[in-house]
Design a protein around this ligand. Structure first.
Ligand code: HEM
Length: 525
């Protein structure tokens, strides 16, 4: 039986009220002059009800609008691989074996709107908020381990090219392939995205990754570079072929939300292990890529995945809007012992998240229960729309909302360890990194795919590229060929076959027949 319909609930608990607490005695009829109207303007209950309804939506996230979330906990192993974690980081949440930190996770697709199908080919967001004892830590990642671009200045153009045409509102892959063709560092991400890895079967059976390079800092202020990865435990990894995704989408736009929600309801709690890859802090000229380049994988043979803890999701949200829609994650939200690297994309992201959240949710978005840390907040920041905490700084002189003060205001905390102080001696420039190496890893990834993954990749690429201009097609064949000669050849031959099928198709040939012929031609590659 649903809460609220329980016979044992007291009458008072079940009484409908307005938001001022007034009991509502008639929720069916507006107040009118006679039964046929007109209505009168002092209908307080009606005006409140309808004007609140008019404001039920907040702006969607500009990206990652479609998502679902769950609560759970993170349990630390106290070690990183076989070593004590304190050797690398002083972050409190990792230190003690078995220490649990509550978490909230939001999974998402990126490009579609709030109600879009969850079957679309798209990276998946994997954002985790750790409510740690010394404040919140957000690890805002994706399912794939790399990204399309490495410079944050390109992000708005990239997103525009992925979104539907601004005039017709129709999705148009030519826009995306056009932009990305001028952005060759995306070749590796495109290789993952158009393979089955671009459609995870659901949110439980996918990996997660911080993608950007961060730092860990120990008690002596010494830093290492780290990358974070979430590996699904008992539930494993599963991806979909395009045809499987199309089948699901025929009847279900919500399969991933449904899968997560129902698994947690039946007590089948998904789990992930958090692993880190560690590299000494520095430029690493011996590598053929820059360790700060988010379009690159760190070779796991050289930089193994070291487990540091596991996460269990065991509780569904009670109010989707309050918890999932208003959740606000950001890459700037770190705890002591975790730090930024000089990864430019990471630094650009760090401005963007809290900026958009002040607009999307409101100035005081950090006072909402889902976003507020579970530790004490004591700040001299004041006011703004919807501030509601009456006594922000209990125990201190309430008139002193500034620092420093001799009148018993808030005081700075003691330093938990030595500061990490990177040193810089360089010109201020606008330049690409030196080791761009845009294609080698894309080729390695193509060769690492099994036959099904390769076939699917070629078929998905050809199906999207065949509607693009010949110039864009040629550019992509060039990129894929630089990655791997066979990769380029197969896309080229697939596009030639597509052209033959289109030009020779009799008028009555259905699209399905044409697609089937094309598919055969591609697999023959
Ligand atoms: C959401 C910006 C790259 C993962 C967002 C949002 C913005 C944004 C504005 C909406 C946030 C909100 O409304 O609360 C950027 C910029 C990027 C970038 C400027 C690059 C310069 C990335 C990368 C990843 C990523 C590389 C993955 C590692 C996410 C996730 C969300 C998100 C998971 C959804 C968070 C949630 O569930 O609320 N991003 N992003 N973004 N971004 Fe990024």
């Amino acid at each position: 039986m649903q809460a609220g319909t329980n016979n044992e609930s007291s009458e008072a608990e079940q009484t409908l009220t307005d938001r001022q607490g007034h009991p509502i005695t008639d929720n069916q009829n507006v107040r009118t002059v006679g039964s046929r109207g007109p209505t009168t303007l002092e209908n307080y209950h009606f005006l409140e009800k309808i004007s609140h309804f008019d404001r039920e939506r907040i702006p969607e996230r500009v990206v990652h609008a479609r998502g679902s979330g769950a609560h759970g906990y993170f349990e630390a192993y106290g070690k990183v691989g076989d070593e004590p974690v304190s050797k690398y980081t002083r972050a409190k949440l990792f230190q003690e074996t078995g220490k649990r930190t509550p978490v909230f996770v939001r999974f998402s697709t990126v490009i579609g709107g709030g109600e879009s199908p969850e079957t679309l080919r798209d990276p998946r967001g994997f954002a985790v908020k750790f409510y740690a004892e010394d404040g919140n830590w957000d690890l805002v990642g994706n399912n794939l381990k790399i990204f399309f671009i490495r410079d944050p200045l390109k992000f708005p153009d990239m997103v525009h090219s992925f979104k539907p045409d601004p005039v017709s509102k129709l999705p148009d892959p030519e826009r995306m392939f056009d932009f990305l063709s001028r952005t060759p560092e995306s070749t590796h991400m495109v290789t993952f995205l158009f393979s089955p890895w671009g459609i995870p079967a659901n949110y439980r059976q996918m990996q997660g990754s911080g993608v950007n390079t961060y730092k860990w800092v120990n008690r002596d202020g010494e830093a290492v570079l780290v990358k974070y990865h979430w590996e699904p435990l008992k539930q494993g990894i599963k991806n979909l072929l395009q045809q499987e995704a199309d089948e699901i989408q025929k009847t279900n736009y919500n399969h991933a939300t449904q899968d997560l929600y129902q698994a947690i309801e039946r007590g089948d709690y998904p789990e992930w292990e958090l692993c880190v890859q560690i590299m000494s802090d520095g430029e690493h000229p011996e590598l053929d890529y820059d360790p700060l380049d988010p379009t690159k994988l760190w070779d796991p043979e050289q930089f193994p995945f070291l487990p540091v803890g596991k996460m269990v999701l065991n509780r569904n949200p009670e109010n989707y809007f309050a918890e999932v829609e208003q959740a606000a994650f950001g890459t700037g939200v770190l705890v002591d012992g975790l730090d930024f690297s000089d990864d430019k994309l990471l630094q650009g992201r760090t401005f963007s998240y809290s900026d958009t959240q002040r607009y999307r949710v409101g100035t005081n978005y950090l006072q909402l229960p889902i976003n507020a840390p579970k530790t004490k907040v004591a700040t001299n920041q004041r006011g703004g729309q919807m501030e509601y905490q009456v006594d922000l700084n209990p125990g201190t002189n309430p008139h002193v909302d500034y620092e420093p003060s001799t009148l018993n205001g808030l005081k700075e905390a003691a330093k938990p360890g030595k500061d990490h102080e990177p040193q810089y001696d360089a010109k201020l420039v606008r330049q690409k990194i030196e080791r761009t190496n845009d294609f080698a890893q894309a080729g390695r990834t193509f060769r690492a795919f099994d036959e099904v993954e390769q076939n699917e990749l070629i078929s998905n690429l050809v199906n999207n590229l065949k509607i693009c201009s010949p110039f864009i097609q040629e550019t992509w064949i060039g990129h894929f060929t630089q990655a791997d000669a066979e990769y380029g050849r197969r896309v080229k031959e697939g596009l030639e076959a597509a052209k033959r099928v289109t030009s020779s198709a009799p008028e009555h040939t259905s699209t399905a027949d044409a697609d089937e012929a094309l598919d055969k031609a591609q697999k023959m590659g």
